[in-house]
Design a protein around this ligand. Structure first.
Ligand code: DAU
Length: 339
């Protein structure tokens, strides 16, 4: 991999994948400074970055990436940007997409503009396989057209296009990664795996959308963060890299694994009304990242899932407080009358 970056602005660094990235970056590059700009919305937690909080190379700025003033200040002296900040939950975007458009599209624009003025060496836009839409057979390569189908994925696609336009128009050295479904410790329990693990541990119902036959390709948060780091340091500006785990599973397979590993009863499975516009299958061809970046995922799905279940079993102190307040409000709106 290329030499250590001097100063990296990580946005959304108190979130799930962003915090894995910060820990990895600071451990592997002992001279690199990190500025974590995070709006501390519902899915972020200071605990996710507690390990590095006292490191003199780390600084934290609370702020929104769509706020040009905050971003301009945070960008000072920055050589590399990794934009993790995003509204990311599909179901929330179906209830209303304004926050998604603000953060994922407007926020990306504001960051690109500040990065251009600062003359950064690299701008890494963290994106998602969902911008490609759904695929029945075969796998998405980076050449696949963008066909997002949810308000969330449409917002992410808007961010990708804005960043690429900044490369084309102003020469901002933009690199994009498109990641698959990510799981692991520290993930907010609204997403399938942490939601089902924590519900199973509490003897609560597991709300399976439709018939549970939809397929996702799963990657561990640490592997995903590592792929992003490889792309930031070794990727070619203007290029897109797919980062996936190569672990395609149906939602029902995941559900049964979780029940087995938590020792909960299959009676907890509850079939609920399907997600509107539910994408049937995602599948990523990651050969470009493997070939050109020399990256590959290292954590097997069996091991990663077992470790993740063990983490949620041990870390009730992390997730129990989350499953109150704002979380409850969303849960009731999303699952009311269904579970
Ligand atoms: O593919 C990458 C994307 O993966 C990321 O860009 C998104 O930010 C991330 O949220 C994730 O999107 P999904 O919609 O695939 O993830 P989610 O965990 O919400 O759902 C995974 C599958 O499980 C999906 O087919 C819907 C289903 N599901 C989900 C929930 C929350 C259920 O059956 N029941 C549920 O309660």
């Amino acid at each position: 991999m290329s030499s250590s970056p001097k100063r990296v602005l990580v946005t959304g660094g108190a979130g799930f994948i962003g915090s894995h990235f910060i820990r990895l970056l600071m451990a592997e590059h002992p001279t690199t400074e990190v500025v974590n700009l995070d709006a501390m919305t519902y899915a972020a937690s200071h605990e996710n970055v507690a390990e590095v909080a006292d490191d003199p190379r780390y600084s934290f700025v609370e702020g929104d990436i769509a706020d040009a003033e905050v971003v301009a200040k945070a960008m000072q002296g920055v050589t590399h940007v990794a934009n993790f900040a995003a509204e990311s939950h599909v179901d929330r975007s179906i209830h209303g997409a304004v926050d998604f458009i603000r953060t994922d599209v407007l926020g990306t624009y504001v960051l690109c503009e500040a990065a251009r003025k600062e003359g950064v060496e690299r701008f890494l836009q963290v994106s998602t396989d969902e911008v490609y839409g759904s695929i029945d057979q075969g796998s998405f390569t980076e050449e696949h057209p963008l066909e997002p189908s949810s308000p969330y994925s449409a917002s992410k696609a808007g961010g990708d296009l804005q960043a690429l336009a900044y490369m084309h128009t102003f020469g901002l050295p933009v690199i994009i990664t498109r990641g698959s479904n990510t799981y692991g410790p520290n993930q907010y329990p609204e997403k399938l795996i942490p939601l089902f693990v924590t519900n199973a541990l509490d003897g609560q119902k597991l709300p399976v959308y439709g018939d549970g036959s939809q397929v996702r390709d799963w990657i561990h948060g640490r592997d995903h963060a590592n792929g992003i780091l490889y792309a930031l340091l070794g990727g070619t500006p203007g290029e897109v890299y797919n980062i996936g785990g190569g672990n395609e599973r149906t939602n029902m397979w995941i559900t049964k694994q979780i029940l087995e590993q938590t020792g909960a009863s299959e009676e907890l499975i509850t079939y609920v009304e399907d997600r509107l516009g539910h994408d049937v299958r995602y599948s990523l061809d990651t050969s470009k990242a493997q070939r050109e970046l020399g990256w590959k995922p290292e954590i097997s799905f069996d091991q990663g899932l077992a470790d993740t279940v063990a983490w949620y079993k041990e870390r009730r102190d992390w997730w129990e407080p989350i499953k109150s307040g704002e979380y409850k409000e969303f849960y009731e709106k999303q699952y009311a009358g269904k579970v």
